[in-house]
Design a protein around this ligand. Structure first.
Ligand SMILES: [Zn+2]
Length: 247
């Protein structure tokens, strides 16, 4: 495992999470939680007062499979850290989607890269005689970007659902996950945790679609992820046999 990736990020001090020393009752559902309640999607132990909020340049929707354990999902990190721009739905409860402007992040043979998507939008705007800003491909995209938070086995009913099947698909560049794995296997190293996929998509969107220099604007999205990663690594002293964390 290589934690150097975290050292390069412009991130708020995650040790504020250390203030949550014990589990307390979630103010909404009463269940015992330490950092946040993954059922209610709120912080506990007063962490909402000290955690940063990240403003996203595009609205995102995360669709979870109902069998995906909430306690192992990193989707909630996005909902906690970018509450104004991220919504989570549990399949089959999916919102209506719009193929002309919404996209789904999903690798397949008909997926576009972010670069191809940006060029396609630019061509369409030229054809429609819409002025493109010098900064890049206009001021931003008005649709939603949809992420699927599930195992590979559960993903097909979601991607083939009537709402998502007609959406253009985007494939990210290749990245290596830092997600803690039960067996230290590198086999799935390219299979990103949901919060990593959100983060890397936003970086590509920022630099390629918006044409802006990336200055760490979304690094705080990985704040809880990094904190849990370091905690689990320290606990397991080396990290080859990591289990997904529990809050
Ligand atoms: Zn709760």
């Amino acid at each position: 495992m290589d934690e150097n990736i975290f050292a390069q990020l412009k991130m708020a001090d995650a040790t504020v999470l250390d203030a949550a020393e014990e589990k307390v009752d979630c103010s909404n559902c009463g269940r015992r939680r330490r950092y946040f309640c993954y059922a209610c999607r709120n912080y506990v132990n007063g962490l909402e007062k000290v955690m940063p909020t990240v403003k996203l340049p595009i609205k995102i929707i995360i669709i979870k499979h109902r069998q995906e354990l909430d306690s192992k999902s990193t989707a909630i990190h996005a909902a906690l850290l970018a509450p104004d721009d991220c919504q989570i739905y549990t399949f089959p409860n999916i919102p209506a989607c719009h193929p002309e402007k919404d996209l789904v992040i999903f690798p397949s043979k008909d997926s576009m890269t972010v670069d191809e998507w940006a060029k396609r939008v630019a061509v369409a705007k030229l054809a429609a005689d819409v002025t493109i800003s010098k900064q890049g491909y206009a001021a931003g995209h008005s649709g939603h970007v949809i992420f699927i938070d599930s195992t590979w086995n559960q993903i097909h009913p979601i991607i083939n659902s009537p709402q998502l099947s007609a959406l253009p698909k985007i494939a990210l560049k290749n990245y290596e996950t830092q997600f803690w794995r039960p067996n230290g296997s590198r086999r799935d190293a390219s299979c990103l945790a949901t919060i990593e996929a959100v983060y890397y998509f936003l970086r590509e969107y920022h630099s390629i679609y918006l044409g802006l220099e990336y200055k760490g604007e979304y690094d705080n999205l990985l704040m809880i992820f990094k904190y849990m990663y370091l905690k689990i690594r320290d606990y397991h002293d080396g990290g080859d046999y990591l289990k997904a964390y529990k809050t």
